[in-house]
Design a protein around this ligand. Structure first.
Ligand SMILES: [Zn+2]
Length: 465
């Protein structure tokens, strides 16, 4: 600026420049750029490029020694379950035993507990490199208040991009379902509150920070009529659909005994076999069911750690992707995996893919695609999230590749990112703003939230404070 010239007349720099990365893996048109940079303006990527080509910026972050990727997308979670992590009475249970042990605990969920668990859970996700997360909140206790609104407040305080789903359970024990009456609602109540949640929170604009989807819980906790009406409502409101599908062998038995058909036939019969839906787990589809899911474009949230922890088995991920199903990554509920790092899930997806298909079947880049592009496709936001092309949202992660764990990893930073480690995000940026900076949560109040989370979680577990 020459003397006397007013700054307003200067060409405006970009808002944020992340520069000098070891490598930028854009997952988009620019591929991988050694020594690259990313710029963000007004919350969106405004440029990417090689060293020497950087624009002027109002704020600069050094990514020296880091691989930069799009923020990871979490396609399946039950955040409130961090209130019952590693709950001893359920640690030896199968899925149905685990659920029936925990339902009475979760029946104590209220607005305060939902807010606290979301704050803690979203902060944990940000530290693990996640910038967009879904949440499948299917417990709406009769006296719990607005548990969905409470978790959206937490996401806004932290600055995370959030896709909470309006989950539901309507088939209680008295109707032959698994959950107790106190956490179930009638079909009419669920549909009314689902429509209300979309009206209040769902943002249809490009770059939206909050979107709602409809999410009846599973074939064994909601009626076929609710599944059908939810699909119709989602069509009318133009929102997405989410549920659990083919998670457990018991589910095959239950569906055959109750509906006279396998879970995926049931899913199709109630009107869900479309690219509006994405489903969690999908461990047990047979080969012809894989073909049908892929042809319909049904998305799959792959939950590697959760599937292992519950002893569920190996989901046919490579087959589903080949058949055309978008596959994203999910950390799943905090009390089935008890951890919520998408870096860890991406590594687990890499390991499980190789265990199932051999070492040539799956590379780190496949797992990285699942964590970013696949997640974006599951949420109907291809080209908008999960990629660092100009025009996409400014959500990115700087992964530190230094120190003992990375010593000697010279030849392929992307393979090193998932093979070495463990790694936590150094910087997690959402819409151009830091949620994690130098490995720490930026939002204020973490100590207070942790103290209150302790009280709420001990209350749910029936422990003295
Ligand atoms: Zn789940």
């Amino acid at each position: 600026m020459t003397h006397g010239e007013h700054p307003i007349n200067q060409p405006r720099g970009v808002d944020l420049l992340v520069r000098d990365a070891e490598l930028v893996a854009t997952m988009g048109a620019s591929g991988e750029i050694s020594g690259g940079w990313v710029s963000v303006t007004d919350g969106f990527v405004s440029g990417v490029g090689p060293r020497g080509d950087e624009p002027e910026a109002n704020r600069t972050i050094s990514a020296r020694g880091c691989v930069v990727t799009p923020g990871f997308v979490n396609t399946h979670h039950h955040i409130y379950q961090n209130l019952t992590r590693a709950f001893r009475p359920a640690t030896k249970s199968n899925l149905f035993g685990w659920l029936t042990t925990l339902y009475p605990r979760w029946a104590m969920l209220d607005e305060e507990a939902s807010y606290l668990s979301a704050w803690v859970g979203l902060a944990e996700l940000a530290l693990g490199g996640c910038t967009t997360t879904t949440d499948h909140l299917y417990v709406h206790p009769h006296t719990g208040g607005d548990v969905l609104g409470a978790e959206i407040t937490a996401a806004q305080e932290l600055g995370m991009r959030f896709h909470p789903t309006r989950g539901s359970m309507s088939l209680s024990q008295k109707d032959g379902g698994l959950p107790p009456d106190s956490v179930c609602q009638s079909d009419d109540e669920i549909l009314r509150e689902s429509e209300d949640a979309v009206a209040r929170h769902h943002d249809r604009s490009y770059g939206a920070m909050v979107k709602i989807a409809l999410a009846p819980c599973s074939p064994f906790s909601v009626s076929p009529s609710l599944m059908r009406q939810s699909a119709e409502l989602a069509e009318r409101l133009d929102v997405r659909l989410h549920t659990h599908l083919a998670e457990d062998a018991d589910e095959d038995t239950y569906c055959l005994a109750t509906y006279g058909r396998r879970p995926i036939d049931h899913f199709e019969d109630v009107g869900w076999m479309s690219d509006r839906a994405w489903v969690a787990h999908c461990i047990y589809p047979n080969p012809s069911e894989v073909t049908r899911l892929g042809a319909a474009g049904v998305g799959v949230a792959h939950c590697p750690s959760s599937n292992l922890m519950i002893g569920g088995g190996l989901a046919p991920i490579a087959e589903l992707r080949r058949a055309g199903a978008p596959v994203g990554l999910g950390c799943d509920g905090s009390s089935s995996t008890d951890s919520a790092s998408l870096w860890l899930e991406a590594r687990m997806a890499l390991l499980l893919g190789r265990l199932r298909g051999g070492p040539e079947s799956t590379e780190a880049r496949d797992a990285l695609e699942i964590a970013t592009l696949g997640g974006a496709a599951c949420l109907g936001r291809t080209g908008e999230i999960g990629v660092l092309d100009p025009g996409a949202v400014g959500d990115l992660v700087c992964w530190p590749m230094d120190g003992i764990a990375f010593a000697g990893a010279w030849s392929d930073p992307v393979e090193a990112l998932l093979r070495c480690g463990p790694v936590r995000a150094k910087h997690t940026i959402v819409a151009g703003k830091s949620v994690v900076e130098d490995g720490e949560i930026r939002a204020s109040g973490l100590d207070d939230i942790m103290a209150r989370h302790r009280v709420a979680s001990r209350r749910l577990q029936g422990l003295d404070d």
